[in-house]
Design a protein around this ligand. Sequence first.
Ligand SMILES: Nc1nc2c(ncn2[C@@H]2O[C@H](COP(=O)(O)OP(=O)(O)OP(=O)(O)O)[C@@H](O)[C@H]2O)c(=O)[nH]1
Length: 381
Amino acid sequence: MERLTKFLQHSYLSLLARVTPPEVDPNSEEADDIARLLNLALLAVPVLAGFVAEFAFFGIWQLALSLALAGVVMVASPWIYWKSASLAVARESFLISLFVFKLFESMFLASVSSPGSMWFIAMPTIAILLGSVLSGVCWLGITTASLLVLYHLYGGTVSMFGNVQQNMDFMYTFSMIFLSVGIVCFVAMVDASRKKAFRRLQDANAVIRQLAIRDPLTGIFNRRYIWERMQEEEQGAQGNAGTFHICLIDLDRFKQINDTMGHAAGDLVLQAVAKSIQSEVREEDCFGRYGGEEFILILKSCDSFNPGAFAERIRQRVAALSLGELGAKIQVTVSMGIAQFRHGESFSETINRADSALYTAKASGRNRVVSAEAAPLPLSA
Ligand SMILES: Nc1nc2c(ncn2[C@@H]2O[C@H](COP(=O)(O)OP(=O)(O)OP(=O)(O)O)[C@@H](O)[C@H]2O)c(=O)[nH]1
């Protein structure tokens, strides 16, 4: 039993993964709607089979065949979505085929209170649950109009003082319309509050995500996020998506600042340096706090980009920082080590080479950029 459950679960999840386009966020509302469309199509399989069998059992082949035809479209709705990339197209294909069959069934049975017309309630509800209130309202209009037409064609005459039996068709039509309106309003309200809760959850998740990936002192990315990004960059570079450089940036003699001006002043310096470097960083790059008074930059390489010159610009910008708010004239400088990711190595090896270059920068006098690939860059200041 457990193996069967696992097998079914696995089959369902792989089917869902096949239907859902890779660009759709699995936590989005769209992904939710796609899952609901798939669930509906799967649920339709036994329901349709049951009804086709029922019609066949009673020898009503016209209904059995037409339901089988409509059923093919309903069950194929996830495939229609997959092909058209439009949830609206898939949803409306499902609803139109269900509606056409139910209308045919009602007309075939020549009755407004046939089992077919009862299903009209389902269509607006399905439309809302598949993500569109507008479609639900349209289907409410269509099914109400259909009920009135069916009543006009097959309903009995209303008799003001007749007995209940005589007015059954009218009562049925009246109840169906009001029940449909009531159910649609209720489902729309439930759906609205579900969407609101979903949005709140998404907002909360976004806040949690930011807290998880940002350094609380400087607001820039933390080491955990940088690690994730480096893994992605490494995979991209190994797969020939272009290489990247890693640049380690370390504040010079920061301990002295802490010791002479206090830890709080040291924190302000870290914030100011992070802010000034962040303002230089391109959108495609990634800048974060590596730990303590050390920062890290992942720089995407391209033909027109010179990482050495870029790092030198950052060094000069930090050296030119004026930290008047600290009440004392202090000069902050950084040393930087830069290394290019090489095919076949891991990103931690690239970091190690950048670290050695940084060590060279510190050992050769600080306030300079050293590339792991070449001799120390000349200090241009
Ligand atoms: N204010 C503050 N200080 C920090 C923080 N994280 C690390 N530090 C301090 O950074 C200092 C790092 O000192 P060292 O590793 O000796 O390096 P340094 O003084 O910058 O010297 P060099 O790197 O050799 O130029 C230590 O005093 C740490 O306490 C922080 O979040 N806030």
